[in-house]
Design a protein around this ligand. Structure first.
Ligand code: F6P
Length: 546
C-alpha cells in the first residue's frame, strides 16, 4: 500500500520546524539546564543500557519522533513482521529471523503453518553435530579428531559467524581453530589451506542460495585441494553445507544428510541465528549458542511489547533518524571499546547499508526529498582514537558515534580496563563539550600574546557532536545476542520511517552479472565486448599481464 510521502506528514513537518531551533542548541547548555538529563535520556533492556543524552535533542524532540513513528505505522509494520506477513515486498517473502531465536514453546506462523518446530528440528541437529565434533566423537577419514573448521561463505554467510566467533573467543573450544574464507581472491583460500591438515579439517560451505560465485569457486577449490590428499569417499567426513538450496548441494556432491537447512524467510544478513551460525555452535558449544539466541529473543520481546518511549531499538532508530534527517549526518561511526568486537563495525555495515541503502519507497516511488541509510563504518577503541578521531573532533562533517563497552572485563588486567573505559567515556565527553576559545586561552596563558592568537583557532573544538553509549556488564553470548538484535531492530525502525524495503538487495546484482561477463573475457572464453574505454583499457592491461 502506498504511504503518504514522509515529508508530507504532520509529524515530519513539526520535526522540521523543531529542528530549526534544535540546530542552534548547545549540548553543554542542555546538560547545565537539566541535572536529570542522563536519567531522563537513557533506557535499559535485555542486559543493555543505552545513554542517548549526548545528542542534540530534548524531551519534545522525542515526543515528536515517537509521534512520527506512530504516524508512519512503525509498530504496525513491526507486528506484521512478527506475524509472518510478507513484508519483503519485492521478493514476496516473510521476514522471520525472530522465529529463529524463539523458544521451542513459542509458535511463529507462516502461511498458517507453525515454523518453530522446523527451526528447533535444525537446532537439534546442530546440537548433535557440534557436540560430536567438539567431543572428538566425529572423526576425520583417517580416524583423527577435527582440529580446524574452515567456513566458506561471503556476506551474511561469513560476517555474522566470523564476528560472533571472534567476540566469544573466551568461550571457544581449545582444540578447534576457526578459519573464514570469503574472498574470491585466492590469497584468502591460500592463507587458510596453508594452515590446516586435510585429515583434521572440517569445511562448511555456507551459502543461502548456493549460487554465489565467490563461494562456489572457493568451495570447488577447497574440494579439489582436499581430494589431492584424500579419496572421494572421505568427503562425507570433511564437508558439510548450510543452505536453503538442497538441489544445488546434491549437485555439488554433498550428501543432504550433511546439510543444515534454513529458509527463504531468513535474509542473509539476518542469518547468524540459523544454521549459518554452525561455526559458532562448533566453536563455543551449543549451550552458549543457545544463550546467544536467548539474548536476541529477550531483545525481540522488549522491542515487540514496549511502548516507543521506553523501547531501546525504537529510540536508537529514532535518534539515528533525527541525526540523519535533520542534523545532516551522512555517516555513523561504530566504536566498540572491546577488542573482541573488532568485526562488529564490519558486520553492521552489511546489516545497515545492505538493508537501508535504498532510493525508492516500498511502493517504488523515487525518494528525492529526504535522505535514507547513512554510511556505517568504524573500528575498535582505543585504536580509532589514534587514526580518524581527529576528523570526528575537528573535521567539517558531524559524525555521530555509537560507543559500545562492557563494564567488566573477562581478563585480569584491571588497570587496562579502567584505562579503556576512561578513554571511552572521555571521548564522548569531548565530542559533546568540545573546547571553547576561553578554555584554550586559559591553557595557553603562559605563552606570548601573538602565539596565543596563532594557536587559538587550531586548538578550539566546536564540540556539540552527538554520540550514544551502549553498556553491558560483560560481553557474553546473551548480551552479544541482545546487541545484534538491537541493531537489527534499529535498522527495521529506520527502514519503516523511510518507507524502504530493508529486506532486498538488488543493488548488488548488476556488478555480479558484469563480473561474470568480464571473467569470461579475461579467461579468453569470450571476445572482449564493447565496454567503455576505461573498462576496455583495464581488461586489456590484465590480459597483457597474464
Ligand atoms: O551480495 C549480496 C548477498 O546476496 C548478501 O545479501 C548475502 O549475505 C551474500 O550475498 C551471500 O549470499 P549467499 O549466502 O546466498 O551465498
Amino acid at each position: 500500500m502506498r504511504q503518504p510521502l514522509l515529508t508530507s506528514t504532520t509529524s515530519y513537518q513539526s520535526l522540521r520546524n523543531h529542528a530549526n531551533q534544535a540546530r542552534e542548541w548547545q549540548m553543554r547548555e542542555l546538560f547545565a539546564q537539566d541535572p536529570q538529563r542522563f536519567e531522563r535520556l537513557s533506557v535499559e533492556a535485555a542486559g543493555l543500557f543505552l545513554d542517548y543524552s549526548k545528542n542534540r535533542l530534548d524531551g519534545r524532540t522525542l515526543e515528536l519522533l515517537a509521534q512520527l513513528a506512530r504516524e508512519r505505522g512503525v509498530e504496525r509494520l513491526r507486528d506484521a513482521m512478527f506475524a509472518g506477513e510478507k513484508i519483503n515486498l519485492t521478493e514476496n517473502r516473510a521476514v522471520l529471523h525472530t522465529a529463529l531465536r524463539a523458544p521451542r514453546n513459542k509458535p511463529f506462523t507462516l502461511d498458517g503453518q507453525d515454523v518453530t518446530g522446523d527451526v528447533h528440528a535444525v537446532l537439534d541437529r546442530i546440537k548433535t553435530f557440534s557436540d560430536s565434533v567438539r567431543s572428538g566423537a566425529w572423526k576425520g577419514h583417517t580416524g583423527k579428531e577435527i582440529t580446524d573448521v574452515v567456513n566458506i561463505g561471503i556476506g551474511g554467510s561469513d560476517l555474522g559467524p566470523k564476528m560472533v566467533c571472534l567476540a566469544l573467543r573466551q568461550f571457544a573450544h581449545p582444540r578447534l581453530t576457526m578459519h573464514f574464507v570469503s574472498n574470491v581472491d585466492g590469497h584468502d583460500m591460500d592463507a587458510a589451506l596453508s594452515r590446516v591438515n586435510p585429515e583434521t579439517t572440517l569445511f562448511i560451505i555456507a551459502s543461502k542460495t548456493f549460487t554465489t560465485a565467490e563461494t562456489m569457486m572457493n568451495a570447488n577449490t577447497a574440494r579439489a585441494w582436499f581430494l589431492q590428499h584424500a579419496p572421494e569417499e572421505a568427503l562425507a567426513k570433511h564437508f558439510v553445507a548450510v543452505s536453503t538450496n538442497v538441489e544445488a548441494i546434491k549437485t555439488f556432491g554433498i550428501d543432504p544428510a550433511n546439510m543444515f537447512p534454513f529458509w527463504d524467510w531468513v535474509g542473509g544478513r539476518y542469518s547468524v541465528w540459523s544454521a549459518i551460525g554452525l561455526p559458532v555452535a562448533l566453536s563455543v558449544g551449543f549451550g552458549y549458542f543457545s544463550d546467544l539466541l536467548a539474548g536476541a529473543h529477550a531483545m525481540d520481546e522488549h522491542f515487540r511489547t514496549s511502548p516507543i518511549e521506553q523501547n531501546l531499538p525504537m529510540i536508537l532508530g529514532l535518534v539515528g533518524f533525527w541525526n540523519r534527517e535533520f542534523l545532516d549526518c551522512g555517516s555513523v561511526s561504530i566504536a566498540p571499546y572491546h577488542q573482541d568486537l573488532n568485526r562488529f563495525p564490519a558486520y553492521l555495515q552489511q546489516l545497515d547499508m545492505e538493508s537501508n541503502g535504498k532510493r525508492v519507497t516500498r511502493a517504488g516511488d523515487t525518494i528525492s526529498d529526504y535522505e535514507t541509510g547513512p554510511v556505517i563504518w568504524g573500528d575498535v577503541g582505543t585504536n580509532g582514537q589514534h587514526a580518524y578521531f581527529q576528523l570526528l573532533h575537528q573535521g567539517t562533517d558531524v559524525t555521530p558515534i555509537d560507543f559500545i563497552a562492557a563494564l567488566r572485563p573477562a581478563h585480569e588486567f584491571h588497570n587496562h580496563h579502567a584505562a579503556l573505559l576512561a578513554n571511552c567515556f572521555a571521548q564522548s565527553e569531548a565530542f559533546m563539550k568540545g573546547k571553547t576559545e576561553i578554555e584554550v586561552r586559559q591553557d595557553l596563558a603562559d605563552q606570548p600574546a601573538d602565539e596565543i592568537e596563532r594557536l587559538v583557532p587550531h586548538k578550539t573544538f566546536p564540540g556539540n557532536r552527538p554520540s550514544n553509549t551502549i553498556l553491558m556488564e560483560y560481553l557474553t553470548p546473551a548480551t552479544l545476542g541482545a546487541l545484534i538484535a538491537l541493531y537489527e531492530h534499529k535498522v527495521f525502525v529506520q527502514g519503516a520511517l523511510w518507507d524502504v524495503n530493508s529486506y532486498d538487495q538488488w543493488g548488488v546484482e548488476l556488478g555480479k552479472v558484469l563480473a561474470k561477463k568480464i571473467e569470461a573475457e579475461l579467461n579468453g572464453e569470450a571476445q572482449p565486448a564493447q565496454h567503455d574505454s576505461s573498462t576496455n583499457g583495464l581488461i586489456a592491461r590484465a590480459k597483457a599481464a597474464v
